[in-house]
Design a protein around this ligand. Structure first.
Ligand code: SF4
Length: 433
């Protein structure tokens, strides 16, 4: 963790408190030994980790055990692992999942709404963004968005998931926040009762900075307008070295932690993510997971929900720029490596993040179903129209039917149920679920 002395806020929209706490919560791999090494046998580390996880489940108020997790995590992430080790990890993650959340597999009926792919940034892995006037650029009209929301509701959706690029255009008389609020109100009007999950930390920061408003004010007003939760995307890997390579213009790791801390403080839950399988090291993965765990402990300390789930996002490089593709050396995720990381994340996130979700868009549904044996308990959403990963070359398709998601779980002889965004029962729809 980094020093908290005299913390200036380089973002210009945060309370000093958020920036300072983010410095405490971020586990910076640059301050740790590299690479990950462990003298422990895997089976010993797994036994110790399970004891630690159970202890924290019973006493969640204990201080976050960072040093123990870094130490035990080293044994889980050390390479090479033979087939016996892989199976040991898989079984331990599956057992811990069963102990923590039971056998039931969940999914949500939702629709993605990408209002626009215009973006002011140029992240090195992004095939979605366009500049105004560029081929493939799109901006959906408010009428189109309302129609899609209403159609989603008619098809049984309980959630709309809103993500877009960072609009680079001048706003004229309408500020970014006013436009976001007006969008939320229109969607609520077109599709009453649906949970509105939207605005990544990067988008929230963009709104606050462009409108010169405190982030706390932005969150308060979005929440008042009906925002129910926030996607924990734009985290990529919370490691400055990796961010310099793949997304140097994006908010820093510490800024991501600070923004999400403010999100949780405002009473909005968020998801959490890790974009993996590109240039990150095992130590950077481990520090990322420890940061998420520490953030959740902090959210609980404040009496907040914090993270609802962890979503592993395997890197898809098919449409990435040639230099990045060449460095990564593959266009599609390595399923074996991603399943192993699924199990490692389940164990290292212990009791802190109860629900784990694979990305069927990036892995394909059969591999996502297999991830249910490696620690996952949720299959995510139907999406109805996925664009961001698909434009990057993902092979999983753009939507799933509820029947296909149910069949994937039932094929493993696991019970399955539809959930709301916050893991409630869908018949309890009330706009806050
Ligand atoms: S990842 Fe997001 S912020 Fe980065 S270029 Fe793509 S749309 Fe813009």
């Amino acid at each position: 963790m980094t020093s908290t002395s005299a913390p200036p806020d380089p973002l210009g929209c945060l309370e000093e408190e958020a920036w300072s706490i983010a410095g405490d919560l971020l586990v910076d791999p640059g301050e740790r030994d590299s690479p990950v090494r462990s003298g422990r046998a895997l089976h010993r580390a797994l036994d110790e980790l399970l004891l630690l996880n159970r202890g924290f489940r019973e006493n969640p108020g204990h201080p976050f055990p960072l040093e123990s997790l870094l130490d035990l995590g080293a044994a889980l992430l050390s390479t090479p692992l033979d087939e016996g080790d892989r199976e040991r990890l898989r079984q331990a993650a599956d057992d811990w999942r069963q102990e923590l959340v039971g056998e039931t597999v969940t999914y949500v009926v939702n629709r993605n709404l990408n209002a626009s792919n215009l973006c002011a940034l140029r992240c090195g892995f992004c095939a979605f963004r366009r500049s105004p006037g560029e081929e493939g650029a799109f901006v959906l009209s408010r009428a189109e968005l309302r129609d899609r929301a209403a159609e989603a509701r008619a098809r049984g959706a309980t959630e709309l998931c809103l993500q877009a690029g960072l609009d680079p255009r001048d706003d004229g008389e309408t500020g970014h926040l006013d436009r976001a609020i007006s969008l939320l109100r229109d969607l609520r009007d077109a599709a009453p009762g649906l949970h509105l999950h939207g605005f990544s930390p990067q988008e929230l920061l963009h709104i606050a900075q462009r409108d010169r408003l405190p982030l706390r004010t932005v969150l308060h007003r979005l929440r008042e307008a009906g925002l129910g939760s926030v996607p924990g995307t734009a985290a990529e890997v919370l490691a400055p070295r990796v961010r310099r390579l793949i997304c140097p213009e994006k908010l820093s790791a510490r800024a991501w932690v600070a923004v999400i801390w403010e999100v949780h403080r405002s009473g909005l839950p968020s998801t959490s993510t890790l974009l993996a399988g590109h240039l990150e090291t095992p130590l950077e993965r481990l520090c990322h997971l420890c940061t998420l765990g520490a953030m959740q402990q902090e959210a609980w300390r404040q009496g907040r929900v914090g993270f609802t789930e962890f979503i592993l996002l395997p890197f898809v490089g098919a449409s990435a720029p040639a230099p990045l593709r060449a460095r990564v050396g593959r266009d599609q995720p390595d399923p074996g490596a991603m399943l192993l990381l699924t199990a490692q994340a389940r164990l290292l996130l212990g009791p802190w993040i109860p629900h784990h979700q694979p990305s069927w868009v990036k892995l394909t549904l059969p591999v996502a179903a297999e991830a249910l044996r490696w620690g996952c308990d949720d299959l995510g959403g139907t999406l109805m129209e996925e664009h961001i990963s698909t434009m990057a070359g993902a092979a999983g398709g753009t939507e799933q039917t509820p029947e296909a998601l149910r069949a994937a779980a039932l094929g493993l002889r696991r019970p399955v149920r539809q959930r709301t965004t916050l893991y409630g029962a869908p018949d309890a729809l009330c706009g806050c679920s």
